[in-house]
Design a protein around this ligand. Structure first.
Ligand SMILES: C[S@@+](CC[C@H](N)C(=O)[O-])C[C@H]1O[C@@H](n2cnc3c(N)ncnc32)[C@H](O)[C@@H]1O
Length: 442
């Protein structure tokens, strides 16, 4: 059954991944070569996408690759969005969208930009809609996370964002027809890497709609004072961030010295955490926070339960300011040589480059999360080629600066062999290690 499904999926993929050409009707532009075909979202899927993003009167909706304009028009017409904008490369689709907006009587609240969705600005959006493909989604996510405000909702029809797990998912029963895609990767079922497509396509189940909320950058070391039955204690919260997933540890020090995991839940800049010290009976001491993060300040309500007594107060914590620019060196996964990550400031943003022997690879998927960062990088594999070396695979890192030392995790997922037509995959072992690279240049 699995082989049959894989075969069917491959058949559909071949059909949709053909390059499409768009004529230059009505413009002086030469024909444009598109890798993302024109397939409309069915109207019920459009309604579901806008409903899932909870679009309302304060929203500015951008549809990237807007086709005939149906999502843009429905956003203002059916969901009362303040404004909606489509960015579309094909001139014929732009003409059609403007006609459709005229017919719907919404021309004053919609705009169609004839241009490239990868280079046009969409930072004004409070909601982004996508029906593009897995690779375009991955290509877009770094830009979306760096320019969109925390709390912005991103909805994608059918395609996910790799290991960035959606906050909401919906399956719509339908005959399988429309746009499907997959990438041939041994990691399509591996939730740790951007190749993950496991939840995208199952023609027997139907179309998927995914929604993500852009997370605030919260990684780093946070400090505050907490009132407990033993008096004031110092709290240190160490948070790592991997897209929307935040994990961490806490330490309480003063009259007592306690530590344990911090369980963190983040939606936009709304953060909640819950800390209970390791080794203590459940309920003896716990801290529960519910509030918001603005820059380097976290503010909200802290509830402290200490041996049955519950106190609740307005509370705030501050994040240490850090600078992790410089060149960081560590021993690569095979242990055969040193490799480096250079992090530098460029136009007010951090950019990173991976350095291995004489190679310098830009880390295009690099996320600065305030006091820490996360990156993914496919190394060793030449574009459009299946030539592999022992180093070919995903390198994934997260780190934060603690007392001048970068600390985190480095993961390497070697590609091994490509899957065969029956979907059989050979994967080599992943290497997951604690990471403490040395700073070799200030
Ligand atoms: C699958 S259709 C989706 C249309 C519409 N969003 C919907 O869901 O009904 C993708 C659209 O993206 C457009 N497109 C492809 N590459 C583009 C690019 N680089 N910039 C802007 N539009 C692009 C195509 O012309 C096509 O209309």
């Amino acid at each position: 059954m699995k082989a049959l499904r894989t075969f069917l999926a491959i058949g559909v993929v071949v059909a949709v991944l053909e390059w499409s050409y768009v004529g230059s009707a009505g413009t002086n532009m030469p024909p444009v070569r598109l890798s993302i075909p024109y397939v409309v979202s069915r109207n019920d899927a459009v309604q579901d996408m806008l409903w899932m993003a909870n679009v309302g009167k304060d929203d500015v909706v951008y549809d990237l690759g807007s086709g005939d304009g149906r999502i843009v028009i429905a956003a203002v017409h059916d969901f009362s969005a303040r404004r909606a904008v489509g960015i579309e490369m094909a001139p014929e689709r732009i003409r059609q969208s403007r006609e459709n907006a005229q017919k719907a009587g919404v021309t004053d609240r919609v705009e169609f930009i004839h241009g490239d969705l990868f280079t046009n600005d969409f930072r004004q959006a409070s909601v982004i809609t996508l029906f593009l493909g897995h690779q375009p989604n991955i290509k877009l996510r770094t830009k979306m996370l760096s320019i969109l405000k925390p709390g912005t909702r991103i909805v994608s029809h059918q395609f996910n964002m790799g290991e960035w797990q959606p906050d909401k998912t919906q399956t719509v029963r339908t005959v399988y027809f429309g746009m499907y895609g997959t990438i041939f990767s041994p990691f399509s079922e591996n939730l740790c890497v951007p190749d993950y497509t496991g939840n995208e396509l199952d023609p027997y189940e139907g179309d998927r709609i995914f929604m993500w909320v852009v997370p605030a950058p919260v990684a780093g070391i946070w400090r505050a004072v907490v009132e407990t039955a033993q008096g004031q204690q110092n709290l240190q919260l160490t948070l790592h961030q991997r897209l929307s997933k935040v994990s961490g540890r806490f330490q309480l020090s003063g009259k007592t010295s306690l530590e344990g995991h911090a369980n963190v839940d983040l939606w936009g800049n709304h953060m909640r955490f819950w800390c209970t010290p390791a080794g203590m009976p459940y309920g003896q001491l716990e801290l529960r926070f519910d509030g918001h993060v603005h820059g380097n300040t976290m503010k909200g309500t802290l509830a402290v339960r200490d041996r049955g007594d519950l106190s609740q107060s307005q509370w705030q914590a501050q994040r240490d300011k850090v600078d992790y620019t410089g060149t960081w060196e560590w021993s690569c996964a095979t242990g055969t040589r040193s490799v480096r990550l250079r992090i530098e400031q460029h136009d007010g943003h951090l950019i990173a480059t991976y350095l291995d022997r004489d190679q310098a690879l830009p880390v295009t998927d690099f996320y600065d999360f305030g006091g820490g960062f996360y990156f993914t990088l496919l190394i060793g594999r030449k574009a459009n080629s299946v030539r592999m070396t022992e180093d070919t695979g995903w390198l994934i890192g997260k780190g934060l600066l603690e007392n001048g030392q970068l600390k985190g995790t480095i993961e390497f997922y070697p590609y091994g062999d490509m899957p065969d037509m029956a979907g059989e995959r050979k994967t080599s072992q992943a290497v997951i290690r604690d990471w403490a690279p040395r700073l070799i240049k200030p």
